[in-house]
Design a protein around this ligand. Structure first.
Ligand code: MOS
Length: 718
């Protein structure tokens, strides 16, 4: 794909004649090619504001033309041979530039879009009754999506039918979007997504690459493989938007929160109005507080659009809220765990005071603090700071909740039990690396009493599996699990009905046990699966299960509390993560290994937000992306994760939530991590860094200032 090399430019002319003559080249498409006039990027009213190869490029990396060739190198050579006449236009890189007087407009109608706002109670009155107030402005940097496997697909036509093998979180989402783009019936578009090398939200929706691959495959009558390079994914595959959050919190002397006020700005880039989506959710709902006001503003910039990234908005909001609460605890001479304990909510205040099915926040705080050894760790860290060496220890904690994770209808599972006792499970959902298939197979194994090895899974194929919503929002297990369980139970019900004829007993007096239908009164009266007369004729029994609607009058959310011990070098600003414990309440723990793996991954990503990740644009000159590789964009490596990383599942089955009692886990883990680290750093060196990433560059100056006033430095915490 030939991409715009400028942050903002207009294509005056594209000349592909030379490219078309290059060796190995089969097709070159661009704006104006037949079938390429496809609307793309819609505004909040659903109106398309761009198209597949739009000549007005509003960020670096926008698609200008595409080449299909025998080999990738021939294709890249041909891309370089395309001549483009550019009109380079002035750009805005960030909120400050975009809102400056006279700034170029990214989109017609101005660079600011009205965000959501929220209010309950009387914030002014709430602050008036507060014994202590903290007000600060926090900033988070833009984090770029960096799944190990880049984004892309293979497209192949057979007559009127298109098959797309896509690395995606949702095959049905891609099917719908590709069919719409190419004006095809849904039935003619088959999307298969059996394996996904990481998505984290960036593979929830379709990229232009899928439409481009399909167009090129049609033009060439050949299968086309189009995967992005790492650099391309950094330009176009989405990001967690940078946010500026002004937050004010007030509490009574006993720690009861009286008011919370939050104003957030962020940029969704050139095409998304979602630069502040869900940033204020933890402010609205993590703690009991009668008086809350929040306001969000999105600003357009000439940069790649945001895409959902692991718990959209929440880590940014928690970065602000959980640091402000830490400081508030210091002012009130309260332990930070105790401050949170005094504000645990039992209802979702932002959803009309609706009760939670379960609220594990208190257990996360209590069990987490105990398992971490919070009190001893605090004392140990304080003692270490009396020593004269450069390394100072500190401990910090933070809590979180995730707005989603309840799951819900629709979901359908199909379980085929064969006469030999082996099983096919059919479900439409993608396993995005979280172990969904393992968990689903466990549910079937448990209900049917068959070993896991006897279960094979058909999944994530729009031609052969059931409809499933995309695997995102930490809802796949609570969405699909109940449907799969119901399908297995449907098999059992059918087996009992069939065996009733053989055993001459009513089905209600029968049970399915160890591969046979047995009388509940007399287990010598039994018929093995393969001997059931009806089974001999049918050869298999097919159970179908549907996900029930969530109960009215309740809200289901996962909760978390995390604890961190760091060592900070007072001279160089180097931060070492020594110990980290994540206490996570996500309903029933379905599988300990996949649970722990979500915890390790979520904490690692949170450590990236806290300490290393930051998109850098050349804001003073070209607006281009500066750190466009895994060398220059720093995600945590094995050396950066906490030396001791403990997953503490708070196993609290939520039977009222759904038929398996589980809630989502993947996203809630990453919400409190960064502020827990920042709070530990503040404890260690008495310096609070409000902007991510916290690194030697941001720490050295405040540390130097703190050194000169060392003798008068307040401890800042009870
Ligand atoms: Mo997620 S950010 O809903 O994959």
């Amino acid at each position: 794909v030939l991409r715009c090399p400028h942050a903002h430019a207009r294509v005056r002319k594209v000349d592909v004649a030379a490219a078309e003559k290059m060796p190995g080249v089969h097709a070159v498409i661009h704006d104006g090619s037949p079938g390429a006039d496809i609307p793309w990027h819609t505004d909040s009213k659903g109106k398309a504001v761009s198209r597949l190869f739009d000549p007005h490029c509003r960020h670096e990396g926008e698609e200008v033309a595409a080449v299909a060739a025998e080999t990738p190198r021939q294709a890249w050579d041909a891309v370089r041979a395309i001549a483009v006449e550019w009109e380079v236009l002035p750009q805005v890189c960030d909120v400050e530039q975009a809102l400056a007087p006279g700034a170029p407009e990214v989109r017609e109608g101005g660079n600011r879009t009205a965000g959501q706002s929220y209010a309950r109670g009387d914030v002014a009155a709430g602050f008036a009754t507060a014994a202590a107030v903290v007000e600060r402005t926090f900033r988070t940097a833009t984090e770029m999506h960096t799944p190990l496997e880049p984004h892309g697909c293979v497209a192949r036509w057979e007559g009127p039918r298109l098959t797309v093998w896509e690395s995606t979180q949702g095959v049905y989402a891609v099917q719908g979007q590709v069919a719409a783009a190419l004006a095809l019936p849904l039935a003619n578009v088959r999307v298969i997504g059996h394996y996904v090398g990481g998505g984290f939200g960036s593979k929830l929706s379709t990229g232009k690459w899928s439409a481009i691959a399909a167009l090129l495959a049609k033009r060439t009558a050949r299968p086309v493989r189009l995967f992005l390079t790492r650099e391309e994914t950094l330009l176009v595959a989405g990001n967690r938007p940078a946010n500026t959050i002004r937050l004010k919190v007030g509490a009574k002397a006993d720690g009861t929160l009286t008011a919370l006020e939050c104003e957030a700005t962020g940029s969704g880039g050139a095409y998304s109005e979602n630069g502040t989506g869900l940033v204020d959710w933890v402010v609205r709902d993590l703690y009991s507080c009668p008086n809350v006001r929040t306001a969000n503003t999105n600003v357009f910039t000439h940069a790649g659009s945001e895409r959902a990234m692991r718990a959209p908005g929440h880590p940014q909001g928690a970065w602000a809220l959980e640091q402000a609460l830490d400081e508030l605890a210091g002012k009130l001479a309260l332990d930070p765990v105790e401050l949170r304990r005094r504000n645990v909510p039992l209802v979702s205040q932002a959803r009309g005071g609706t009760p939670y099915t379960t609220t594990g926040l208190r257990q996360c705080l209590d069990d987490g603090a105990r398992a971490f050894g919070w009190e001893e760790a605090k004392r140990r860290a304080a003692a270490s700071r009396q020593e004269s060496g450069p390394w100072a220890r500190g401990v910090g904690m933070a809590a979180g909740l995730w707005v989603g994770g309840a799951g819900g209808a629709p979901a359908t599972g199909i379980v085929k039990l064969f006469a030999d006792g082996s099983v096919n499970l059919n479900m439409g959902a993608s396993d995005i690396g979280t172990g969904t298939k393992t968990v689903m197979a466990m549910i079937v194994a448990e209900e049917l009493g068959v070993p896991l090895e006897k279960i094979q899974i058909e999944h994530a194929d729009t031609a052969t599996t059931q409809f499933a919503t995309a695997s995102g929002g930490s809802k796949t297990v609570p969405t699909e699990g109940p449907a799969v369980r119901a399908a297995a139970l449907d098999c059992v019900a059918q087996l009992l009905a069939m065996a009733s004829a053989d055993l001459k007993l009513p089905a209600a007096e029968l049970a399915w046990r160890d591969g046979a239908v047995v009388s509940t009164a007399d287990d010598t009266r039994r018929v093995a699966l393969a001997d059931i007369s009806e089974m001999k004729r049918r050869r298999l029994v097919t159970g179908v299960g549907y996900r029930a609607r969530n109960p009215d009058g309740t809200v289901t959310c996962p909760f978390a509390a995390q604890f961190c011990e760091v060592e900070v070098n007072r001279l160089t600003g180097e931060v070492r993560l020594l110990r980290f414990l994540a206490a996570q309440e996500s309903g029933r723990v379905m599988n300990r290994a996949t649970f722990d793996n979500q915890v390790y991954g979520g904490v690692t990503m949170g450590a990236g937000l806290a300490l290393t990740e930051r998109r850098v644009l050349d804001r003073e000159a070209t607006g281009k992306l500066c750190n466009r590789s895994w060398h220059d964009y720093k995600i945590p490596t094995a050396l950066d994760v906490p030396a001791e990383l403990v997953s503490l599942p708070v196993d609290l089955p939520a039977p009222a939530a759904n038929a398996i009692g589980a809630k989502g886990l993947g996203e809630p883990v990453t919400i409190p991590t960064a502020p827990a680290i920042a709070n530990a750093i503040a404890d260690a060196v008495g310096v609070r860094i409000t902007d991510t990433p916290v690194n030697p560059t941001s720490l050295v100056e405040p540390l130097a200032a703190a050194r000169t006033s060392r003798t008068t430095r307040p401890e800042g915490r009870a």
